[in-house]
Design a protein around this ligand. Structure first.
Ligand SMILES: [Zn+2]
Length: 569
């Protein structure tokens, strides 16, 4: 076989040069005796493609006005990536046809078989088209700014400014933000019609009557069904919705208001009657203290975080022309993670960094698996890795523990995080139920006005505590502002399931922290080599959809919230 190029050589290759590498693997005679060498060659090639994709994509996120970066990214996703996927597909087929099963690849092969069954050449240009629509969606929402007291604020900054006890200011900001978002209503609706059209074609080309069945398998969800998902929504309605309504009532009382308006929530965060918690001033301070907390939690995890600081794998602070949000990506050839986020120096940013650090730990832990193919667990478990760190780090937030704030502020921060997770389940249910409806009724689901109606209905069912009077248009168009619905359909229940798993790990850690973290790392190190239920079990949790499992966790959460409220009072 040919020698694997370095990333420096690979990143400037055009498709013709890359094609030779794929062809080499495809032409090799495959047998038991050369299976490991062949698999390693394939794995190395996938790492190169993976890293090229993530570096090009990251460059566009770091500076949305960098035209050169955007052009390079677009060239790659239009001219190279679809070809690489198609070639990779042929190699998968070759392995499956050989009947050989490389050690540790059993689960991966089952997923591959699913992918091969779904794969259609004619879907590749459609998927490129869909990705481009996704980029347009990002552009629309990334360009939104508002004028505020003579300054231009990004929406991230504007939402941060909403963390004030001055309710009029909150309302004014909220109105400014939503007005700006509504200005893009038609553009978003137009994109939606295109998204839906592409999705029905994707499903039909692969021989499916509906997009959901196709998408479910595209996410290779082999361990649970759409019915399980609906069962989880039912469990939420029975347990989390009433608990969330009680939480909203306490919250309304804390704010000293009679009725809860949308501007009283800031991504479901309360403001109390305290000034916004300013947690840190610079990226250096942010990194240093978070590193300290993680080391206390678990020295191995702290070591990973220190390595990221040393290798400059963190870009954390918000600035104009940076893509909104936070994520962890990775550079596959070296097995290094990279964390991107938009911190403005507040306590809520801590949660995001702990979360993304959990993803980064996954990258570190799985790196010793022999093949790139084995790295990815289902997202249902990937989000356990991240969410657990948020919860496990909570006891170290106070300055006395090496953290950022007073005992009281730490209790408030912890309460906000736990409360937010409780309040998330009903919102998640809206997003998931909405998509079940959209794809069960493809024609109606392609009509933005019907979508508006359905969204409003679901909000009334799952989040009845919020008073939207006078703002029906904003209420109805909530689905516009949920990027997953547009860019990653049906990717959302993962967060809710994972949150349940993470709370289960937290329960274990309360009894034995070192043991719980050892199990946590053990599960991360398995990558995607065992089933989801197996990963959950290794981590000390259980993949569950039923009323009683969720009900128990919700009851524990309500108890914890009551205890935290006593500390604060
Ligand atoms: Zn995540």
């Amino acid at each position: 076989m040919m020698k694997t190029p370095s990333f420096e050589e690979f990143k400037i290759m055009d498709w013709d040069a890359m094609q030779a590498l794929f062809a080499d693997l495809l032409n090799e005679d495959l047998a038991e005796v050369n299976l490991t060498a062949w698999m390693t060659g394939w794995s190395d090639l996938r790492k190169l493609v993976d890293e090229r994709y993530s570096r090009l994509s990251l460059a566009t996120a770091l500076d949305t006005t960098d035209e050169e970066a955007e052009a390079a990214y677009l060239t790659f996703i239009e001219e190279i990536y679809p070809q690489a996927l198609a070639a990779d597909q042929k190699i998968k087929e070759k392995l499956l046809e050989s009947g050989l099963v490389p050690e540790g690849l059993e689960i991966v092969l089952e997923k591959m078989r699913t992918e091969v069954e779904l794969f259609r050449d004619e879907n590749l240009p459609l998927m490129t088209e869909e990705r481009k629509l996704g980029t347009q969606y990002s552009k629309i929402y990334g360009a939104q700014t508002i004028d505020w007291e003579g300054e231009e604020l990004t929406l991230t900054q504007a939402k941060s400014a909403m963390l004030t006890t001055d309710r009029d200011v909150r309302r004014d900001l909220w109105e400014r933000i939503t007005e700006r978002q509504l200005a893009d209503r038609e553009a978003t609706n137009d994109l939606w019609v295109e998204f839906m059209d592409i999705r029905s074609k994707l499903a039909a080309n692969a021989g499916f009557a509906d997009y959901r069945s196709f998408r479910w398998l595209q996410w290779t969800r082999l361990d649970y069904t759409p019915e399980d998902s609906k069962q989880f929504l039912k469990a939420i309605k029975e347990t989390a919705v009433p608990a969330a309504t009680r939480a909203y009532q306490r919250y309304t009382k804390r704010l000293g208001i009679d009725t809860l308006r949308p501007w009283d929530l800031r991504n479901n965060q309360t403001t109390f009657h305290l000034p916004a918690i300013q947690a840190f001033e610079s990226q250096d301070e942010f990194i240093a203290r978070v590193g300290g907390i993680l080391t206390k939690l678990d020295p191995v995890l702290g070591g990973y975080f220190d390595a990221m600081r040393e290798e400059e794998l963190l870009d954390l602070m918000n600035r104009k022309n940076k893509r909104p949000g936070g994520f962890c990506t990775s550079f596959a050839t070296t097995g290094q993670p990279f964390i991107f986020m938009n911190s403005v120096g507040q306590a809520s940013d801590l949660r995001v960094l702990f979360h993304e650090s959990g993803h980064a730990f996954h990258v570190f832990e799985r790196v010793n698996l022999p093949y790139h193919h084995q790295w990815r667990p289902g997202m249902e478990f990937a989000e356990v890795a991240s969410t657990a760190v948020e919860l496990l780090a909570a006891p170290y937030l106070a300055e006395a523990q090496g953290g950022f704030m007073s005992e009281e502020d730490a209790a408030i921060t912890q309460l906000l995080n736990v409360e937010e997770k409780l309040l998330f389940w009903p919102y998640m249910a809206v997003v998931v139920a909405f998509q079940h409806w959209v794809y069960e009724n493809h024609q109606l689901g392609s009509d933005p006005e019907s979508c508006d109606q359905k969204w409003a209905e679901l909000i009334d069912q799952y989040m009845p505590a919020i008073n939207w009077e006078g703002y029906q248009e904003v209420k109805k168009t909530g689905w516009h502002r949920k990027l997953h619905i547009h860019q990653a359909p049906f990717y959302y229940i993962e967060y809710g399931l994972a949150s349940l798993g993470a709370f289960q790990i937290m329960v274990k850690a309360k009894e034995n922290q070192a043991g719980a973290l050892r199990d946590y790392r053990k599960a991360l190190a398995l990558g995607g080599t065992v089933s989801l239920p197996g990963l959950y079990r290794t981590a000390g949790a259980e993949l569950a959809f039923d009323v009683s499992t969720l009900g128990e966790v919700v009851a524990m959460i309500e108890k914890d919230l009551a205890a935290l409220e006593r500390v604060i009072a």
